[in-house]
Design a protein around this ligand. Structure first.
Ligand code: F0G
Length: 423
């Protein structure tokens, strides 16, 4: 049993280590020799475990993610184990009888990033790394800060100045990361990160790190396990830096190669209209043309130069998938609807639900098909936008599903009157 790195561009092989890029500039991927006779019963058998690391919805699948790491290096907070939910309102809104949402906002720091981070930080410990760094639109920094604090590693996070939701910024500060605001947007912060890695030698835990993607494969593994290993027709996810899209494609390819699934779900990656380089690439072909000033209300996916575009494109092609875009209005309305179901998510997450609705309207998804949408982050990450939507205070966004706050003077009659009015 062994694992190695392979360049996604030229195919060159490297032993595991601190290297992130090939000498040709391509990003490295982890390649495993999986144990013989691997069967889903091994993973199902661990479902009742209450002990770390196998009570984690990532490490339960250790043989598919990081088969060779010794348990003593693993830093886990029982990540994953997130719910798969249905709701009548959601079905009606999207126009699908069988639609589920998988709520990755239920992870320890409130986003799917924890799945990649438990693996990335554990590998950092295995390598004897002392300091870690990321550039982030917020969630990666919150997750890295938390896991680095657990592992007692020095943590530096590079954030776009003024572009991060307060819930996420608060987490990064509170968990003790060195928070550095960089002039410009996420893409500028990402550029600086690559320099910091090369010149300062700090270990990066962005999704350019191949171990992050290994951990994020577990979203797909767990959702299939929750469905008794019966794949849905579609898996729909928000797309920013395209780490998840790449990880989902890799997970499905490996499961198929191991004969653990019979059918391959189609992936649908959903971008925000103002930050849509991957959508344009998919439509127009050729090389990725970056969006210089990405704009969207969903700050988590405000990315114009996604680093993982080439492997994400392979994932879409290999699964016969699609890439779609949605407007900020569609994102905020879908978010309000998900919230109203009592499930709740942050704005970027709702791109998946908005995308599902659009793909049904475009007849790309058939109303009889089974669909799982990924909700990537928790509602409490960005309370500011939620309140502004319901108050009708976001410029250019109509609060179609507003739940207005009523203000009354003291008195039971005033209360009675307020409750009798339909709002
Ligand atoms: N949804 C949320 C809530 C995110 O935080 C992100 C990415 C995405 C979707 C997009 O996922 O990059 O794999 O395509 N957030 C990163 C960050 C960029 O820094 O937290 P992706």
């Amino acid at each position: 049993m062994s694992s190695r790195f392979r360049c996604g561009l030229c195919g060159r092989e490297y032993p595991l280590g601190r290297r992130i890029r090939c000498s040709c500039g391509g990003l490295l991927e982890v390649e495993h020799d999986f144990p013989e006779g691997l069967d889903t019963s091994l993973f199902d058998g661990r479902l009742s475990s209450r002990h770390p690391p196998y009570n984690s919805g990532v490490w339960r699948f250790k043989e598919l993610i990081h088969p060779i790491i010794d348990e003593r290096y693993i830093v886990s907070r029982g990540e994953g184990n997130t719910g798969l939910y249905r709701h009548r309102r959601l079905s009606a809104y999207v126009g699908l009888k069988e639609i589920w949402v998988k709520h990755e906002g239920e992870n320890p720091t409130g986003s799917f990033k924890d799945r990649g981070m438990t693996v990335g930080i554990s590998e950092a410990r295995r390598l004897g790394v002392k300091a870690v760094i990321c550039a982030s639109t917020g969630n990666t920094s919150a997750s890295l800060a938390a896991y680095a604090a657990q592992a007692e590693l020095r943590c530096i996070v590079l954030l776009p100045e003024g572009g991060v939701a307060y819930g996420k910024l608060a987490q990064a500060i509170a968990y003790g990361a060195k928070v550095v605001e960089v002039e410009g947007g996420f893409d500028e912060a990402m550029h600086l990160l690559e320099e910091a890695v090369e010149i300062l030698g700090i270990y990066p835990l962005n999704s350019i790190n191949p171990w992050r993607l290994e951990g994020q494969k577990a979203i797909v593994l767990e959702l299939l396990q929750q469905r008794d290993w019966r794949p849905p027709d579609w898996i729909i996810l928000p797309a920013g830096n395209l780490g998840n899209t790449s990880a989902f494609g890799k997970a499905l390819r490996e499961l198929r190669e191991l004969d653990l699934i019979d059918e391959i779900p189609r992936l649908a990656a959903i971008q925000a209209e103002g930050a849509n380089p991957f959508y344009r690439l998919w439509r127009e072909g050729g090389e990725l043309k970056p969006v210089e000033r990405p704009r969207t209300i969903a700050s988590a996916i405000r990315i114009g130069r996604p680093v993982n575009w080439s492997r994400a494109l392979k994932a879409i092609e290999w699964t016969d998938g699609v890439v779609e875009q949605v407007s900020d209005q569609e994102i905020m309305d879908a978010k309000a609807l998900v919230d109203r179901c009592g499930i709740g998510c942050e704005p970027a997450s709702a791109a998946s639900v908005a995308g599902a609705k659009k793909l049904v309207e475009m007849s790309i998804i058939d109303p009889g098909e089974k669909v799982v949408c990924i909700l990537t982050g928790n509602l409490l990450k960005d309370p500011d936008l939620t309140i502004r939507y319901h108050r009708g205070e976001i410029e250019g966004i109509k609060p179609h599903l507003a739940n207005r706050i009523i203000r009354i003077e003291q008195g039971i009659e005033e209360l009675e009157e307020a409750l009798s009015s339909d709002h």
